[in-house]
Ligand binder design. Structure first.
Ligand code: ATP
Length: 136
């Protein structure tokens, strides 16, 4: 069975949406195999977002991810990588489809980073790399 790394970003935790987001994952019948809440460490974020280093939103993104606790989960199920990204919706919460986590619960807050509530791995290789960053 496939697995993916889900992060509930600081905006989701701070707004009290952890339960709502986990509920949607469980309602879809994916399995939450591991779950932790913690403050991200700078080296974890540098590894997690290495592909974005140098982009204009990189430092705002890292600062945002350090602004409060996050929840990390390993989520399992057939085709869960694609399936969770479908649950999450498009990156920009303004245009993410209603029915998705970002479309229903997110919006533009007028900041440099898109506060879009969740992260989900985008490939099997990314998932394994990211799970090792957050769960060792
Ligand atoms: P995630 O990787 O968090 O699931 P994603 O794959 O939809 O999101 P990426 O392109 O990997 O998006 O970007 C990582 C994160 O950086 C986004 O989730 C968002 O918070 C932020 N981000 C991406 N593009 C922009 C942008 N143009 N302006 C501001 N922030 C951005």
């Amino acid at each position: 069975t496939e697995r993916t790394l889900v992060l509930i970003k600081p905006d989701g935790v701070q707004r009290g949406l952890t339960g709502e987001i986990l509920r949607r994952i469980e309602a879809k019948a994916y399995v939450i195999a591991q779950l932790t809440k913690s403050d991200a460490a700078p080296d974890q974020l540098a590894a997690h977002y290495a592909e974005h280093e140098g982009k204009p939103f990189y430092q705002p993104l890292v600062d945002f991810m350090l602004s409060g606790p996050i929840v990390a989960a390993v989520v399992e199920g057939n085709d869960v990588i694609k399936g969770f990204r479908s649950l999450a919706g498009q990156t920009d919460p303004t245009t993410a489809a209603p029915g998705t986590i970002r479309g229903d619960l997110g919006r533009d807050w007028g900041e440099k980073v898109q506060k879009n509530l969740v992260h989900g791995s985008d490939s099997v290789e990314s998932a394994e790399r990211e799970i090792s960053i957050w769960f060792g």
